[in-house]
Design a binder for this molecule. Structure first.
Ligand SMILES: [Zn+2]
Length: 298
């Protein structure tokens, strides 16, 4: 994977809330409707301290992009994690601007990515880094503590750089599901039929993986506002790293790593094999309409 050093990095698509203190204290408890890439993983790894409190008022924090704007305007911007991730967000959204109308006849509306550290207030309640990156449908934003990538490398065995755009593209897949109404329909079905809740969650997650694969296929066609390409190449090695990441965060891999028995009924994101399969299907077709995980007997 090579990023184009001439591409403009649009920092207006991210909001830097690091160093702003975050919410006071970590909330516990379930619910809230967050859709994390690997919510269950970090519970198993870190234990406790995870969860959301839908009663907490959230979303009223202000970010400060002064530092990131300077950092990403500098000559060595692409050496910076912040700037590369901002550019990944730019690429993913640039693709959906075209792909959503073409594939689903809907207009894409942008969603910012909030960079936070440790804990953050969101429209879905307060959350801490333990939940992993997530999308909040209530305020239409993606949230990520970028130190997550270190955990992905050190604890989950997915050290490749391509894990980063894969994770972001997965979260933007949830934003698209929100725009399409898929997410809301699924929550209603889950409420009506709690016995199917986990299976429905798996279908939602695998579709987000497939959307991530479809973006990866089209990433070299994405551009900044001036039409300058964002990626000059995506290689087989990148796709291998994407698949490695998908495998690392499969429910079975996570259960195994946490020393527990494999309990399929507790799966919420899909197995390693399923996550790889759907990422690959998205990549092979490059077509988000090929990502109908709900019609695949699940
Ligand atoms: Zn997810």
């Amino acid at each position: 994977m090579e990023l184009n050093e001439n591409a403009d990095i649009d920092t207006s698509q991210v909001e830097d809330r690091r160093g702003s203190g975050g919410p006071g204290g970590i909330s516990l408890g379930g619910g809230g409707g967050l859709v994390g890439v690997i919510v269950t993983v970090l519970v198993a790894l870190v234990g406790g301290g995870f969860g959301l409190n839908a009663l907490t008022n959230g979303g009223d924090e202000q970010g400060d992009n002064t530092a990131i704007e300077q950092e990403c305007a500098a000559d060595d911007a692409l050496r910076k994690l912040d700037c590369r991730n901002t550019l990944y967000v730019n690429s993913i959204q640039n693709w959906w601007q075209r792909a959503l109308p073409e594939s689903f006849g809907k207009t894409y509306t942008e969603s910012d990515t909030v960079f936070f550290e440790q804990a953050v207030n969101t429209g879905c309640g307060a959350a801490d880094s333990g939940v992993g990156p997530f999308y909040c449908p209530a305020d239409d934003q993606v949230y990520i503590d970028l130190t997550f990538y270190q955990q992905l490398a050190d604890q989950l065995g997915a050290p490749g750089e391509f894990a980063q755009p894969y994770v972001l593209a997965h979260e933007y897949g949830h934003h698209v599901q929100d725009l399409l109404g898929t997410e809301a329909q699924l929550r209603q079905r889950q409420a009506r039929d709690p016995g199917q809740a986990n299976q429905l969650s798996v279908a939602l997650e695998l579709q987000a993986d497939c959307f991530a694969g479809a973006w990866a296929k089209n990433a070299t066609g994405t551009a900044d506002a001036r039409g300058e390409k964002i990626f000059t190449s995506i290689t087989d090695e990148d796709i291998r790293q994407g698949l490695e990441t998908a495998a690392a965060i499969g429910d079975d891999a996570i259960q195994q790593r946490s020393g527990g028995q494999i309990d399929e009924s507790a799966f919420t994101h899909g197995t390693s094999a399923q996550r790889q399969e759907w990422f690959k299907r998205g990549y092979d077709t490059g077509d988000p309409t090929a990502c109908d995980t709900f019609a695949s007997g699940r």
